[in-house]
Ligand binder design. Structure first.
Ligand code: BG6
Length: 478
């Protein structure tokens, strides 16, 4: 279904994110027929180039990052006709008149701030003084949204001077992932799970986001952030919220975000014994973390594992184990909801030791499987085995029905539709930093040294111990 006609201005339109994600994503939406005739995308950046040169740049970006679909030359030509470019001086006056002349007032307007947060204020102000933005315009901002509570508050304050919260779309691209949205469908669209979704039936939850890539190329940014700021404060926190939140009264932006906020506010501070930070060593296929970031004395973590608790009736006593890291054994992200053992088993010995696990796979191979215990087929007597009830979406629905849509393109279409449900509200981001800040301050004050781990492994040994001490273990990273 096509969205309404729109003008989308991408500040930072020549940057990495625009070329890798935003424009190839928009091209796919164009090909799927979702971009209406007359929709326009206007790149705006410092470089002095013509609209034709910009189209050329984007054609190359789509060819490089757009996947198979970029082979469609006619489609690409059609898409490029919707593109325009304005050289702009974010801190000065250059280019603003030209932009004002191009952006229409009678269609949906969206302004994507794909620039350093230090420019947010300048852009927001100039959009108003040049009478480009209006009270209906939407603005899209990216992480990092601050690096602590104070800086996040300052950014929220800057944006609030010019835009109402209902106009601000803070992207966390994890919320655009298919499985993440499906999590809400599964929890709240079935009678099956919700009655069991509490401390009576669940033993613990594990959230793993493992990556095989290192930080090469982004060292300067990453070394100042680390896994906690780069991944936990935002992506893992959002996953945790969707798993743990109470059912919202409806699937609407504020109803959902109110419930997520309650989860973040109910998170207990994490004791230092329940946090393991790690840094990867060099290996045959790559340099060490310290070499990657060119800082031989770095104490920044490229891996973190922790045990969290949510202080409310539903989750009292159910630990949430989170872990994420770079240069790990596999690229595998999943949430495992591990059910309790049976209170009493009618079976004996090993046959009594089976448990249910709902594994929600974000990537690769998006889907869910529910581990259930059945009798091993055959004449061998009553022997029990665990088998997955597999709900791999591609198998269940047929490949053709799952559109190749990346998180970004889904979220951008939501911006045009004016649906904020999958975007973070200002108070959510601040609450997340409020929980994160003391943990970081804690290890800084202790001069905590990250544990080493072998690149290509499942992380430092201490992360295994974090679970073993509790009589549990991490699921294997495949
Ligand atoms: C980004 C982080 O937000 O998410 C990166 O800054 C990380 O460090 C990336 O690699 C992971 O995203 P995805 O979609 O590949 O899991």
């Amino acid at each position: 279904i096509p969205v309404e006609e729109f003008d989308l201005v991408i500040f930072g339109g020549t940057g990495d994110l625009a070329r890798r994600k935003i424009l190839p994503g928009l091209f796919r939406r164009y090909r799927s027929g979702q971009m209406p005739e007359g929709a326009r995308i206007i790149g705006a950046a410092r470089s002095d180039m013509s609209a034709d040169e910009y189209r050329q740049m984007i054609a190359e970006a789509v060819a490089e990052f757009g996947g198979e679909e970029s082979a469609d030359k006619d489609g690409l030509d059609g898409f490029l006709r919707n593109l325009d470019y304005v050289p702009i001086d974010a801190k000065g006056t250059g280019g603003w008149d030209a932009l004002a002349a191009k952006v229409r007032q009678d269609v949906v307007q969206a302004f994507y701030f794909s620039v350093a947060p230090s420019l947010f204020g300048d852009l927001a102000e100039r959009l108003h003084t040049n009478r480009i933005a209006n009270s209906e315009s939407r603005i899209v901002v990216e992480k990092p949204f601050g690096r602590d509570l104070e800086s996040a508050r300052a950014l929220n304050g800057t944006l609030a001077e010019h835009f109402d919260e209902s106009q601000i779309y803070r992207i966390d691209h994890y919320l655009g992932k298919e499985t993440v949205q499906n999590l809400m469908a599964v929890r709240f669209g079935n009678v099956l799970f919700e009655p069991l979704w509490n401390n009576h039936y669940l033993d613990h939850i594990q959230i793993t986001v493992a990556e095989t890539v290192g930080v090469g190329g982004r060292g300067a940014y990453y070394d100042k952030s680390g896994a906690m700021r780069d991944m936990v404060q935002n992506h893992l926190m959002q996953l945790l919220c969707l798993i743990a939140m109470e059912p919202p009264s409806k699937f609407g932006a504020d109803a959902v975000r109110d419930e997520k906020l309650k989860v973040i506010r109910a998170l207990e501070p994490v004791d230092s014994h329940h946090i393991v930070r790690g840094q990867y060593d060099e290996s045959s296929d790559g340099p060490s973390y310290r070499e990657d970031v060119e800082n031989p004395r770095s104490f920044t973590e490229s891996f973190i594992a922790m045990r969290c608790h949510i202080s409310n009736w539903r989750w009292a006593g159910v630990p949430f184990y989170l872990r994420t890291g770079k240069r790990m054994k596999g690229r595998s992200s999943e949430i495992a909801v591990v059910f309790k053992d049976l209170g009493h088993s009618i079976f004996e010995g090993d046959e009594a030791r089976h448990r249910n696990i709902l594994a929600i796979r974000l990537q690769p191979n998006e889907g869910m499987d529910l581990q259930v215990t059945i009798k091993e087929p055959g004449p061998g007597g009553m022997r029990l085995v665990d088998v997955p009830l597999d709900m791999t979406f591609a198998d269940a629905l047929g490949d053709h029905e799952i559109e190749e849509a990346d998180a970004y393109e889904r979220l951008i279409m939501d911006v045009i539709r004016g649906n904020q449900t999958l975007f973070m509200r200002g108070d959510e981001v601040e609450a997340a930093w409020q929980w994160t800040d003391p943990l970081i301050a804690g290890w800084e004050a202790r001069n905590d040294v990250p544990k080493h781990y072998e690149a290509g492994s499942a992380g430092p040994e201490d992360a295994m111990m974090l679970m073993h001490r509790d009589g549990r273990r991490w699921r294997e990273i495949k």
